[in-house]
Design a protein around this ligand. Structure first.
Ligand SMILES: Nc1ncnc2c1ncn2[C@@H]1O[C@H](COP(=O)(O)OP(=O)(O)OP(=O)(O)O)[C@@H](O)[C@H]1O
Ligand SMILES: [Mg+2]
Length: 450
C-alpha cells in the first residue's frame, strides 16, 4: 500500500503540473477537476558514457527545406518544412486543421513520400475530404491509434513527411492512463520526436486546443516540439489565421491568412484587405493595433457622431468599455476641442471583437474625431496608445510587435505615443497629446486648408 502511494503521481491536464497526491483544484493553475492519475515511471537502466564531439566536428547537414506547396504555411514555417522536425498544429475543433495538412500532404506527395496517420477519422472519411481537395492520389494513409504500431511503421517506411491527426488519439499500452491524458500525449510526442529525429521524418502533430487557447493539456509539448502553430477562425467570416507561437527555425512574427472554400483552404496573400480599412477616405473609421494577450491584431474601429436634443447625449459602444468610451469622449472635448457635448457618439469595433486593452484608446479617439470633423483618417494609417485624462498619450506595451504587425498587414503610417521606437518599415508619427495625434492623423478638409 505504502509502495503504491509513493509511486503514483497526479498530473493536471491543463498545465501539466505534477503532484504526489490528488487535489480537486490544481495548485498551479487553479483549474478544478483536472488532476488525473498517472502511471508510475519505470526506473531507467544504467547507461554507459558516450564520446563527445566538438561543434567543429559536427557535419552540418545542409537542411534543405521541404516546400509544402501551401505558400501561407511555408511562410509561417519560416520558408518551408525542416526535415526531421516536429511541428505541433493547434486549433479549435472544425477550424480546418485536417484540411490544411491534407492539402499540404497532397502537394508534398508530388515529389516525396507523404503519409497521413489518422486516429480521428476512418480512411473512408478522409477520402471524402480528399475528393473535395483533389490531387491527393499519392498520399499514403494509415488509420491507427496504437503508438507502438505507428512508431514501428514510421521507422520501417520512412516517409519524408508525416501528419499525425491527432496526437490526443494516440494510445500507448505502456502508459496506463486514457488517450488524451497528459501522460499519454507526452509519451506520444516524446516517442514520435525520437522517431522523427532518427528516421529523418518531418512530422506534423495535430493538437486540439482548450477553451483558453492553449494546446490541450500538454503545455509540456510546446517545449518538446520545434514549432508550434496555431490555427484560428474568425467567428463571423470564413477566414482562418495561422500563426507561429514558437519556431526554432524561423520568426514567430509571420502570419498566414486563409479562406475556407468548398475546394479547401485558399491562401489570402493580401490580408490587409481583410483587417484594415478597404474603403479609403471613409469618415469615422480608424485602424487600431491592439494586443490580444501577447498577440498583436489590427481592428477597424467605426464611429458615428450625430447631433442630438437629448439633455444627456448617448455614448454607445459595441466592443469597447462604456466607461472608457465616456472618458475618451470627455478628453476629446476638453483637449482636442471637439464639440461633442450636444452629440450622440456611437462606436463599433468591426467584426464583433471586444477590446479591453487601453492601447486601443487612440484609435477610438481618432475614429470619433474623424466622425466629428467630417475628415477621414489618412490612408494606410493605424494607431495605438493609451489616452490619459490630461490628454497626454501614454506609451503602449510591446510597441515593436505592434509596429511589425502593421508593417506585415501593409500599413504605412502609425500614430503612436511620443517615445515609441521608430519602426523599420512603417513610418511612426509620434504625438505626445491626443490633440496632436488627431491633428496629424486626420486629413485636412477643404475648409481647414483654406
Ligand atoms: N464542402 C465544404 N465547403 C466549404 N467548407 C467546408 C466544406 N466541408 C467542410 N468545410 C469546412 O471545413 C471545416 C472542417 O475542417 P477540418 O475537418 O479540416 O477541421 P479540423 O480542424 O480538422 O476539425 P477537427 O478538430 O474536428 O478534426 C468545417 O468547419 C467547414 O467550415
Ligand atoms: Mg481534423
Amino acid at each position: 500500500m505504502a509502495k503504491a502511494k509513493a509511486a503514483t503521481s497526479f498530473a493536471c491536464s491543463e498545465c501539466g503540473y505534477s503532484t504526489g497526491r490528488w487535489f480537486g483544484k490544481c495548485p498551479s493553475c487553479g483549474s478544478f477537476g483536472t488532476l488525473t492519475e498517472e502511471a508510475p515511471v519505470v526506473a531507467a537502466k544504467a547507461a554507459r558514457a558516450r564520446p563527445l564531439l566538438r561543434l567543429a566536428q559536427v557535419e552540418s547537414e545542409d537542411a534543405e527545406r521541404i516546400r509544402t506547396g501551401v505558400p501561407e504555411l511555408d511562410r509561417v514555417l519560416g520558408g518551408g518544412l525542416v526535415p526531421a522536425s516536429l511541428v505541433l498544429v493547434g486549433g479549435e475543433p472544425g477550424v480546418g486543421k485536417s484540411t490544411l495538412l491534407l492539402s499540404a500532404l497532397a502537394h508534398i506527395s508530388e515529389g516525396r513520400r507523404a503519409l497521413l496517420v489518422t486516429g480521428e477519422e476512418s480512411a473512408a472519411q478522409v477520402k471524402l475530404r480528399a475528393e473535395r481537395l483533389g490531387g491527393t492520389e499519392r498520399v499514403e494513409i494509415l488509420a491507427e491509434t496504437d503508438l507502438d504500431a505507428i512508431a514501428a511503421t514510421l521507422e520501417q517506411e520512412r516517409p519524408d513527411v508525416c501528419v499525425i491527426d491527432s496526437v490526443q488519439t494516440l494510445y500507448s499500452a505502456e502508459v496506463g492512463s486514457a488517450p488524451g491524458s497528459v501522460g499519454q500525449v507526452r509519451e506520444a510526442a516524446a516517442r514520435l520526436m525520437r522517431v522523427a529525429k532518427s528516421s529523418g521524418i518531418a512530422l506534423f502533430l495535430v493538437g486540439h486546443v482548450t477553451k483558453d487557447g492553449s494546446v490541450a493539456g500538454p503545455r509540456v509539448l510546446e517545449h518538446l516540439v520545434d514549432c508550434v502553430l496555431t490555427f484560428e477562425g474568425d467567428r463571423y467570416r470564413e477566414h482562418r489565421i495561422l500563426r507561429a507561437v514558437k519556431n526554432r527555425f524561423g520568426s514567430t512574427n509571420e502570419l498566414g491568412v486563409f479562406e475556407m472554400t468548398g475546394a479547401g483552404l485558399v491562401g489570402m496573400p493580401d490580408p490587409s484587405e481583410l483587417f484594415g480599412r478597404t474603403a479609403g477616405g471613409e469618415v469615422g473609421a480608424a485602424v487600431a493595433c491592439v494586443l490580444e494577450g501577447t498577440r498583436p491584431l489590427l481592428l477597424e474601429i467605426q464611429a458615428l457622431v450625430s447631433p442630438t436634443d437629448l439633455a444627456m447625449p448617448r455614448r454607445v459602444g459595441t466592443g469597447v468599455d462604456p466607461k472608457r468610451l465616456a472618458m475618451i469622449v470627455a478628453v476629446l472635448g476638453r483637449h482636442a476641442r471637439l464639440p461633442l457635448g450636444s452629440a450622440d457618439v456611437f462606436v463599433n469595433v468591426a467584426g464583433g471583437v471586444r477590446i479591453d486593452e487601453p492601447g486601443a484608446d487612440l484609435a477610438v479617439a481618432l475614429a470619433i474625431a474623424s466622425a466629428a470633423r467630417g475628415a477621414p483618417v489618412r490612408e494606410g494609417t493605424a494607431a495605438f496608445g493609451e489616452v490619459g485624462l490630461t490628454g497626454r498619450l501614454r506609451p503602449a506595451t510591446q510597441a515593436e510587435r505592434r509596429l511589425s504587425e502593421c508593417a506585415k498587414l501593409g500599413l504605412t503610417t502609425v500614430v503612436a505615443p511620443a517615445d515609441t521606437p521608430a519602426g523599420s518599415s512603417v513610418h511612426v508619427v509620434a504625438a505626445d497629446t491626443v490633440g496632436k495625434a488627431v491633428g496629424s492623423a486626420l486629413e485636412r478638409t477643404g475648409t481647414e486648408a483654406a
